[in-house]
Design a binder for this molecule. Structure first.
Ligand code: ATP
Length: 243
């Protein structure tokens, strides 16, 4: 057996679990990391890719720190975790991060990259962002391309999340898949089973930290200690970001 064949056989027996966590990450903060660590513990990911958005289509009007700064902070935050990977997937060909990217294309890119290795892709998303997903490009296709892990946020009920998914996308009840999903979910509730993918809920991860609050504090010269990782705090101060 060649090495490639051996890899394929191993992948079939143990499909790699790849998580994608996208955001404007302006800056990446403790709330993101709490979600990432909790999801990682629950779902045992082999890799979690943190993908700073180029210009998030839903935040076109908002001023964002330049992509290189947001990427640098993501890289610093990832440096403390062996399988957290800072991703340039939305940096564009010139690495400037100024072109528009859509999640559906980013997921296709990762599916392509991990195709043949039998990898399974999970999209990590906050409940507030999931409620807005019907505004995203080709969201029905996106929901069918990969599994979703929704990090719950205060005041958002499971039923509200379920209502976001069009009824015709729901799969037929299938006892075998339900059993499989239970194993993958490892105690997390299933929001919905679609034809080929599953939407899971990650509970008890809510944190009140938001990037908006951090930018505001930094702008006023207030301390952001504890709201971002130590290295990211140092970076923000050294670069004079958000002043
Ligand atoms: P902003 O305040 O600028 O809108 P943000 O803090 O919401 O930013 P984003 O980078 O836009 O951060 O978020 C990326 C993803 O992380 C989204 O899916 C969002 O729902 C989720 N998220 C952000 N903050 C938290 C938090 N405190 N707890 C759980 N999920 C969060």
């Amino acid at each position: 057996m060649t090495t490639a064949q051996a890899h394929r056989t191993a992948a079939k027996l143990h499909p790699r679990r790849i998580a994608l966590f996208g955001g404007s990450f302006d800056p990446i903060h403790a709330g993101h990391l709490v979600v990432a660590r909790a999801a990682d513990r629950r779902f045992n990911f082999d890799e979690m890719h943190f993908i700073p958005a180029s210009r998030p289509p839903h935040k076109l009007k908002q001023h964002l720190a330049p992509f290189p700064h947001r990427f640098a902070m993501v890289a610093l935050a990832c440096s403390e975790h062996p399988h957290f990977v800072p991703s340039l997937a939305e940096a564009g060909e010139d690495f400037s991060g100024t072109q528009l990217h859509y999640s559906v294309d980013t997921v296709r890119y990762f599916r392509h990259a991990y195709h043949g290795q039998g990898g399974r892709i999970f999209f990590i998303i906050g409940a507030d962002a999931f409620l807005d997903i019907p505004m995203w490009k080709e969201y029905e296709t996106l929901l069918g391309l990969c599994d979703f892990v929704i990090a719950n946020r205060p005041g958002i009920r499971l039923e509200a999340l379920r209502l976001v998914i069009p009824p015709d996308l729901h799969g037929r009840p299938d006892a075998e898949r339900e059993k499989e999903d239970e194993v993958v979910a490892n105690g997390s509730p299933v929001v919905a089973q679609l034809e080929r993918t599953t939407v899971y809920l990650l509970e008890n991860v809510s944190s009140e930290v938001s990037a908006t609050d951090i930018r505001r504090k930094a702008n006023r010269g207030q301390s952001i200690h504890g709201l971002v990782s130590g290295r990211v705090e140092e970076y923000i101060l050294k670069q004079g970001l958000y002043r």
